[in-house]
Design a protein around this ligand. Sequence first.
Ligand SMILES: Cc1ncc(COP(=O)(O)O)c(C=O)c1O
Length: 329
Amino acid sequence: MYTSNLGMPELRQELSRHLKNNYNLEYDPDSELLITVGVSEALDLTMRALLDPGDEVIMPDPCYVSYNPCVILAGGTPIMVPANEETNFEISATDIEARITSQTKAILIGYPANPTGAVMTRDKLAQIAEVARRHQLLVISDEIYAKLVYGVRHACFATLPGMKESTILLGGFSKSYAMTGWRIGYAAAPKETIASMTKIHQYTMMCAPTMGQVAAIEALKSGEDSATEMVEDYNRRRLIIIKGLNDIGLPCFEPRGAFYAFPSIKGTGMTSEEFAERLLIEEKVAVVPGSAFGQCGEGYVRCCYATSLADIDEALSRMKRFVAKHRMV
Ligand SMILES: Cc1ncc(COP(=O)(O)O)c(C=O)c1O
């Protein structure tokens, strides 16, 4: 059975309630929410609905791999802002403002971040909001990791003063409820934006998978306790992997969100691609080269700790052997 193009009414109602309970945000389930095939589709729809050829979208470097291509595929131009380790992998409002031109349409951010695990405080996000307001820019906020934060609070961008009307909030079930294969995400935005996105969605996807939507309703209704337990578990793994990587000699920034560690591999003298390839071949441990996420990701690799403690331990001991063998003298 197909569902409404917008997604099942019950799911939109549950989601509306969820956003109200978590952030005190009011989204009309009939016109301001669209259920999508993961945040992946929501990102693509947002860009295709909003961008005219040549429009510029400012985003952090490094960032999630599909941000840049989604903008290009929609005819836009990505403008990268360095989000370096020196600034805790955050982007600054000043750096964003310095890149604004008459072509700038939107700022695209995603915190907690993939690949760095960085989280931005409400105060720092408020500075970005202030720049967006002053230049009348839209903000696309990918908050797929909203629930996966450790010892800090997630700040939802749309809750910043005056921002709900110019924010396209993207969220989903893949990470917070460990439901990657069910392919459910959503966009929450002003009704004109949702209407434009729905035009594309209805002729390309028809609707998000029905079974996934039923599962998402269940996740919202009864999955909170399991999600909280999972966050505690991720936190244990996070502390072990961060300590382990630092002990091995791969200095690692402390990520406060998502489920990634992003250690520096500069001490090995290898590029991040060489490091990842040789580690895979020599020790059968898979990490992602930081350069896959942007130029500023060079010199780092992304390690995902959404796996068992036993596998994390084993990976760390193999990486220790690998680093000892290749450390520059
Ligand atoms: C930051 C970020 N956004 C979006 C996605 C895509 O998620 P989905 O499974 O909802 O399509 C991912 C997946 O890794 C991600 O890390």
